[in-house]
Design a protein. Structure first.
Length: 129
């Protein structure tokens, strides 16, 4: 007989349940989504408006302090929301611990890199560099 036959259902399930962070993760995802509800329509309106005014008009739009700040906030909310969503997918569908950990680390780095690239570009246009 193997040792597994003597384990109670509770002993078998122990360690496989909740990690106690699901509620916080869910709330963070919803808060990011609420921020995006306001920021994405503003962003789409701005892109449509700026695209009609040519390259110089688009630079002027991005260079406006309010628009630059809102663009950076939008990039932050999108990056964070994407990171949380991808984290859920990775945790749910990748069963190998090493691969899961590697993908979670890469996911975080990708989100940070995306945000940093957008923020640096917006700041560069904003300060006129």
């Amino acid at each position: 007989m193997s040792q597994g036959q003597f384990l109670t259902p509770t002993k078998t399930a122990r360690g496989l349940g909740s990690a106690k962070s699901g509620t916080a993760h869910h709330i963070r995802l919803r808060v990011a989504a609420l921020a995006l509800i306001a920021l994405v329509p503003w962003f789409l309106y701005g892109v449509i408006k700026a695209s009609g005014s040519g390259y110089e008009g688009a630079l002027a739009w991005v260079g406006h302090p309010v628009n630059a700040a809102l663009l950076i906030l939008t990039a932050g909310a999108v990056s964070y929301h994407m990171r949380l969503g991808m984290q859920t997918i990775i945790e749910d569908y990748i069963s190998k611990t090493g691969m899961r950990t590697t993908l979670l680390i890469l996911n975080t780095f990708a989100a940070i890199a995306m945000f940093a690239a957008v923020a640096m570009a917006v700041v560069q246009v904003w300060i006129g560099g």
